[in-house]
Design a protein. Structure first.
Length: 357
C-alpha cells in the first residue's frame, strides 16, 4: 500500500509534467495491450472456467493487429493461457508473456500507466499505489508492484507518486483534460489525507495534464466506488460517449441523468462545451441475486478495433452501432460479457494500453 506523505508543492518540482511527459488518449497508436491472466477463483466464484473463452476472444480481436502482453505467474500458467488462446485461433506470434505474479486480473487498475515525452523521445511508467479499491479484496501486494516490475524489465524511467490511483478511475482526451468521479477519488478509502484540490495536483503533475473535470457517482453494482470507465468515455478530444438509463424505474436512472446534466456544464480548455453522445444501458444483469455493473461503456480502444462488452440484451446492437459511429476508422466488435461481468468488470477493466513512441 502507498505511503501517506504530507502534501508539499515542492514534491512536484521534478514531476512527469515538468519533465515533458503526458498520458496519451487511448486511441493514440499503441505498442501493445497489457493484461494480467485471470486466475483468482474468488473473483468469479463458481464460473471462472467460463470466462476464458470470451476473454481469449478479446485477446484474439486485438492481437490480429497489434502486440498483446500478458502477465503470468509461471510456465504452468503460460501453458494454460496458450492452450486457451489456441482454442480460439488467436495470433500467438503477436502475444508475449511476462513473469509478473499478480493477485488478480484487473490490469487497468494495477497495471503500468505509460507516459510519453515526444520532445525527448522517451517513454516512462507511473506506479501509482494500489489497494484493491479501498482494501476490499486483500491481498494486493503482488498487483501493487506490477508497474515497477515492468518499468525495470524495459529499463524505463519510473515515477512513484505514493498515493492510491486506479486506471479505471480516470479518462483522458489526449489534449490536457482528465475526467473522473468524486465518488471514487474523494472516497476516504483511497487517500484520506488529500482534499480535492490536492488530488487534482497529483493528477495533473503525474499524468501531464492541465484540467480535471469531476462527475459524481458510478453505476449500481460497481465495487470500485464509481469508476469513470463504466459511465463516460472520451472518443475524441471534444466528444464523450455517456451511458443513460432509459427506464425511469431503474436504480441507475437518476444517477446517470445527474451525470448527463453535469457533463453539459463542462467546458474544455478552449472554453467550448463537450459534444455528448448518449449510449443506452443494457437491462439489469443479475446473478445470484447480485446486480452486476454491466455497461457498454467499458469498451477497449485498440489500434484497429474497439472491443465492446455485450450482454445478450435487446440494446446490444443499438449500442454497437452508436459506438461504431464514434469510431469510423476502427471496427467495433461486440463480445459476450455475461460471464465476465460476474467479476464486476469487463474488457476495459481487464486491460491497459501501452502507447508507441
Amino acid at each position: 500500500m502507498s505511503k501517506n506523505i504530507p502534501f508539499q508543492l515542492s514534491y512536484f518540482d521534478n514531476s512527469p509534467k515538468k519533465l515533458g511527459f503526458s498520458f496519451p488518449a487511448e486511441w493514440a497508436k499503441q505498442e501493445a495491450m497489457w493484461l494480467s491472466w485471470p486466475h483468482k477463483e474468488a473473483s468469479w466464484p463458481g464460473k471462472i472456467e467460463k470466462i476464458y473463452a470470451p476473454y481469449c476472444q478479446f485477446i484474439k480481436a486485438v492481437a490480429e493487429h497489434q502486440n498483446v502482453r500478458i502477465n503470468v505467474l509461471d510456465e504452468k500458467m503460460k501453458e494454460f493461457a496458450l492452450d486457451e488462446l489456441t482454442k480460439v485461433g488467436a495470433r500467438l506470434e503477436n502475444i508475449a508473456f511476462f513473469f509478473n505474479p499478480t493477485n488478480d486480473a484487473w490490469c487497468r487498475d494495477h497495471g503500468p500507466a505509460f507516459l510519453l515525452a515526444k520532445d525527448s523521445n522517451q517513454k516512462a511508467v507511473v506506479d501509482w499505489g494500489y489497494n484493491a479499491w479501498g482494501g476490499k479484496y486483500p491481498p494486493f501486494d503482488l498487483d501493487d508492484v506490477v508497474p515497477t516490475r515492468i518499468a525495470h524489465h524495459f529499463d524505463l524511467p519510473l515515477f512513484t507518486p505514493n498515493i492510491v490511483m486506479e486506471g479505471g478511475s480516470v479518462e483522458f482526451n489526449g489534449a490536457g483534460t482528465i475526467l473522473t468521479t468524486t465518488a471514487c477519488l474523494l472516497n476516504e478509502n483511497r487517500n484520506p489525507h488529500l482534499n480535492k484540490e490536492e488530488i487534482e495536483v497529483y493528477l495533473k503533475e503525474f499524468y501531464g495534464q492541465d484540467q480535471v473535470l469531476w462527475l459524481e457517482d458510478g453505476i449500481v453494482g460497481d465495487d470500485t466506488d464509481g469508476h469513470i470507465d463504466d459511465i463516460t468515455r472520451f472518443v475524441n478530444e471534444n466528444t464523450v460517449i455517456t451511458v443513460v438509463e432509459e427506464n425511469p424505474e431503474d436504480e441507475n436512472y437518476a444517477i446517470l441523468q445527474k451525470n448527463l446534466e453535469i457533463l453539459k456544464t463542462f467546458r474544455l480548455l478552449d472554453g467550448k462545451p463537450l459534444n455528448i453522445v448518449e449510449l443506452p444501458m443494457p437491462g439489469p444483469v443479475i446473478y445470484e441475486d447480485t446486480r452486476l455493473p454491466a455497461s457498454y461503456a467499458n469498451f477497449y480502444i485498440a489500434n484497429e478495433v474497439v472491443v465492446v462488452p455485450i450482454f445478450n440484451d435487446p440494446n446490444d446492437q443499438r449500442a454497437l452501432e452508436i459506438i461504431q459511429s464514434c469510431f469510423p476508422e476502427r471496427k467495433v466488435i461486440g463480445i459476450d460479457s455475461v460471464d465476465i461481468i460476474w467479476g464486476l468488470g469487463s474488457f476495459h477493466c481487464l486491460s491497459q494500453q501501452e502507447p508507441i513512441l
